[in-house]
Design a protein around this ligand. Structure first.
Ligand code: UD1
Ligand code: UDP
Length: 386
């Protein structure tokens, strides 16, 4: 039996981990035993527990309860806790997802004690090293033994950094395996879309009419912590909602809610509060979120995951960042990088809103990335043991 330790911590990782846990439970439970460690990076009920409940993810075997702190302190506490559990559990592999501090901590802890790392969502690059996530992903990729990239662009980025797709067994940290596997988030969106349609009441609760509202999320530190950028985004949202008489529904990350009052001036803040078309709520559950995505007219976001989900559900997307790792959706013409620039956001809106001419060619695989990943892990372990 292969022993895996999965590290989760932040909301998107918990969601991504659901896809692999489901594949293991359904198809590979005779060959793979998964343990889950939650670092506690996200801890509010609506940022963590709700996803375990709704996505049927097994209760974590370990919770480090690290919570919020500066990058260094948070990552250091995680490394210490993860190392202790790795020594105790002795897994065959450590699995990490994406680019958060929890991912980086897992990668540092495991690589130093020679536990092979499997990195899911490898190879993505924004080419902006001022983003904490860019540092995390680069360091994690270079400490991994199996790298699973969702896109061909991810594979190309890895090749440009010296990785090879033709390495042979046995795979090690110095001779890693690189796979193009599709996106585990796409697996989830396909699996949960109908369930969301049945179970979610978010549209009725908020009086949102299908196809007649805009969905937005904002949480990137680069936007939330910078008063000028945050104001520019909210100026644009306020104007778009008023000029087009369209509801803009914003389930905000707690980071953003906390910083709105600090970083927006009182005039803008009161305009936002007075604008009945701007509907600001707290984070919503995953089923509610995909129901919102499926039925929206357009998405505006600085989230990595939400950009992709826009594409999965064939919705135009305005990217509220200076660049994106998901370049395919921009090349396809269904998403526009507008940064935090009010004018660019408004222009992008004019181009994409009610645009019937968008095509969404396949980019993210066929919804079976998780099964492919499990098969490769079993293959590797089996061949290692020969
Ligand atoms: C983290 C990830 C980011 C990811 C995001 C997903 C890093 C460096 N960043 O950013 O890549 O896109 O998660 O959502 O790992 N907070 C709460 N309750 C919670 C969690 C956070 O109130 O349950 C607040 C705290 O004020 C905290 C702030 O949000 O200081 C930021 O949380 P943190 O986990 O440090 O970073 P995120 O912005 O969530
Ligand atoms: N999400 C959610 N509820 C929300 C906002 C986002 O369930 O209120 C989901 C979203 O559908 C996606 C994931 O969280 O699957 C994206 O996470 P987030 O935007 O926090 O981080 P990122 O992807 O930018 O790292």
């Amino acid at each position: 039996m292969i022993k895996l330790l999965t590290i989760v911590g932040a909301r998107p990782q918990i969601i991504k981990a659901a896809a692999l846990s489901r594949a293991i439970k359904t198809n590979f439970s005779g060959q793979i035993k998964e343990y889950i460690l939650h670092t506690g990076q996200h801890y509010d009920q609506n940022m963590s527990q709700v996803f375990f409940d709704e996505l049927n993810i097994p209760k974590p075997d370990f919770n480090l309860n690290v919570g919020s702190a500066t990058h260094g302190a948070q990552t250091a506490r995680m490394i210490e806790g993860i190392e202790e559990k790795l020594v105790q559990l002795k897994p065959d592999f450590l699995i990490v997802y994406g680019d958060t501090n929890s991912t980086l901590a897992g990668a540092i802890a495991a690589s130093k004690i020679h536990i092979p790392i499997i990195h899911i969502e490898a190879g993505l690059r924004s080419f902006n090293k001022t983003m904490p996530e860019e540092i995390n992903r680069i360091m994690c990729d270079h400490a991994s033994t199996m790298l699973f990239s969702p896109t061909q662009t991810g594979i190309n980025n890895l090749i440009n950094e010296g990785f090879s797709t033709t390495n042979r067994l046995p795979f090690t940290i110095d001779n890693p395996a690189v796979f193009h596997c599709g996106d585990v988030m796409y697996d989830n969106s396909l699996y949960f879309a109908e369930i969301a349609e049945e179970k979610s009441t978010i549209l009725q609760q908020n009086k949102l009419e299908k196809g007649a509202y805009i969905l937005g999320t904002i949480h990137r530190d680069h936007n939330t912590d910078n008063p000028q950028r945050l104001s520019s985004i909210f100026e644009a949202l306020d104007k778009i909602a008023s000029d087009n008489q369209v509801d803009v529904f914003l389930p905000l990350h707690p980071r953003t809610s906390k910083l709105l009052h600090k970083n927006l001036d009182t005039d803008l803040l009161s305009r936002i509060k007075a604008n009945e078309r701007l509907k600001i709520v707290g984070p919503v559950s995953f089923l509610d979120m995909i129901q919102l995505e499926k039925n929206t007219a357009l998405i505006m976001t600085d989230s990595g995951g939400v950009q992709k989900e826009a594409y999965f559900f064939r919705k135009p997307c305005i990217i509220l960042r200076p660049q994106t790792e998901w370049v395919e959706i921009v090349e396809n013409g269904t998403a526009i990088v507008a940064d935090a620039d009010k004018q660019k956001i408004e222009l992008a809106f004019q181009k994409l809103y009610k645009n019937e001419d968008l095509t969404f060619s396949p980019v993210f695989g066929d919804g079976s990335a998780s099964e492919f990943i499990c098969e490769q892990i079993i293959n590797l372990k089996y061949k290692f043991d020969q």
